[in-house]
Design a protein around this ligand. Structure first.
Ligand code: GUN
Length: 286
């Protein structure tokens, strides 16, 4: 048996096309071009690629897109001052500070400094708390993208066992909350879980976000399960791969995301969606 692939690129393209239409309508009606500012501190090559792709996608959809690069040795005060200026800038509707930040900067402090209404990453404790309590919030882009993919594929979550492998604030915890909001029975596990293969094998839906190349083997997957791979790693041969051993898992799963071309493009699409929402909420309170 071979699983059906979930085409993240195609689903993301549809989301982006919709956002582009919404932006054109919004700008035509209000005269305002929604603005997204992405801040990159340091020169991590992977982050540089991610940030460049976010900027390109934002430009293409009609946003006023800006990238601010700061040197790796930037101190926390400088970054906090920049965030304060962006909070006060009416042309900026969405602020994204690319993570990880260099060691001398307290990430939590920077995230908390972002105006929650401009926090299109959904990482501010206010937005995280809203997601936790089931109120309207900015949903972190990767979990939001995962949910959109599952909806696109009409995956029934109600009553199903969803196994979230990974517990980060960026992916694991918010994704688990979203799955729970759809009435899945959710297990959050991680690299230190005892007998992880046993837990994963009980999942009707498995979401992998542990950051370890091909850790989740095909033999761990329940036949017919839906497998969502958030990983973006290089394997021993230097090839881009996910957290799931794709060639093995595709023989067992019912539906599976490839890497690349799965979750990655969805993250960017949902960032644009969140930034559009930030701009339209602001316009609504004027
Ligand atoms: N680093 C990797 N993914 C992300 C993301 O979605 N947002 C931010 N801010 N940093 C990241």
């Amino acid at each position: 048996m071979s699983a059906k692939l979930i085409d993240g690129k195609a689903i993301a393209a549809a989301v982006r096309a919709r956002v582009k239409e919404n932006i054109a309508e919004f700008t035509g009606r209000t005269g305002v071009r929604p603005g997204l500012t992405v801040v990159l501190v340091g020169e991590d090559p992977a982050s540089q690629v991610y940030v460049r792709n976010k900027g390109k996608a934002a430009d293409e959809a009609g946003f006023l897109s800006r990238q601010i690069d700061l040197p790796a040795e930037t101190n926390e005060r400088v970054l906090l001052d920049l965030v304060a200026r962006l909070n006060a800038d009416d042309t900026v509707h969405g602020i994204l500070v690319q993570l990880p930040l260099p060691g001398q900067i307290d990430e939590a402090k920077v995230i908390e400094a972002i105006d929650p209404r401009k926090d299109v990453d959904g990482l501010h404790p206010m937005n995280a708390g809203c997601l936790f309590t089931g109120r309207t919030a900015f949903i972190p882009c990767t979990p939001y993208g995962i949910l959109r993919m599952l909806d696109h594929e009409k995956v029934e979550l109600k009553g199903k066992h969803a196994v979230m492998v990974g517990r980060s604030n960026l992916v694991g915890k918010p994704a688990a909350m979203l799955l729970l909001s759809r009435h899945a029975t959710v297990t959050i596990c991680h690299s230190r879980t005892v007998d992880l293969p046993y837990v994963v094998r009980s999942g009707d839906v498995v979401v992998a976000a542990v950051g370890r190349a091909e850790m989740i083997r095909g033999s761990w997957i329940k036949p017919g399960a839906v497998v969502i791979d958030v990983g973006m790693n290089r394997n021993a041969e230097g090839k881009l791969c996910g957290d799931v051993a794709f060639d093995e898992a595709k023989e067992v799963a019912g539906l599976i995301t490839p890497v690349p071309g799965g979750v990655g493009p969805m993250t960017i699409a949902m960032l644009l969606q969140n930034t559009y929402e930030a701009a339209s909420r602001r316009a609504a309170v004027r």
